[in-house]
Design a protein around this ligand. Structure first.
Ligand code: XMP
Length: 177
């Protein structure tokens, strides 16, 4: 285990097993629909690669660079779109992937943007969802794991740019914060 990690919340094997289940559901639901995956950078990168290699359907994969956390452990609530051009989703069925559903503001904002861009349907899929009351975006269509209201890193999630490459989801020691 990494020296800065206090505890492992979800280990690698459990994540990978859960991805088999999520991928099965996605494959059943999107079968026969030309699909565009829009994955949010950078947190959803590991999740996206591991999930999509299990989905044997034709798909276009796009990444969207969105900032909402700005390097601290509290959500800023402000969502900025950092790309100059957005993926072409007009008339398409979209699977939107993110690492974690926290306040819901990110998915709410991206969903709106994709709808404005003409997507005909947007389904959302997150690796993690915090078990908290949300004012916006109550629930994703597909959720890997529900977790408590604590700051987590690993498997794509970072603290100040670090820990994304850990194969598990864990909680940092106070001394690392
Ligand atoms: P919202 O609040 O918009 O947050 O649902 C979604 C984005 O905020 C980041 N986030 C976290 N990042 N550990 C992290 O490393 C966390 O516990 C955490 N909670 C939220 C993440 O970028 C997510 O896409």
């Amino acid at each position: 285990m990494h020296q800065d990690i206090e505890k492992v919340l979800i280990d690698e094997g459990i994540i990978q097993k859960r991805l088999d289940v999520l991928a099965g559901k996605v494959a059943d639901d999107f079968e026969g629909k030309p699909m565009v995956v829009v994955a949010l950078l950078k947190g959803a990168v590991l999740f996206t690669a591991d999930l999509l290699r299990r989905v044997a359907l034709p798909m276009q994969i796009e990444f969207l660079n969105v900032a909402s956390y700005h390097g601290c452990t509290e959500s800023s609530g402000v969502v900025s779109f950092l790309d100059e051009t957005l993926p072409d989703v007009e008339g398409k069925v979209v699977l939107l992937l993110d690492d974690i559903l926290d306040t819901g503001r990110t998915l709410e904002a991206v969903m709106k943007k994709l709808e404005q861009q003409g997507a005909c349907e947007v389904k959302t899929c997150v690796l993690l969802a915090k078990d908290i009351e949300r004012e916006v975006f109550k629930e994703a269509d597909y959720t890997g794991f529900m977790i408590g209201d604590e700051f987590v890193v690993g498997y794509g999630l970072d603290y100040q740019g670090l820990y994304r490459n850990l194969p598990y989801v864990g909680v940092l020691k106070d001394s690392a914060l």
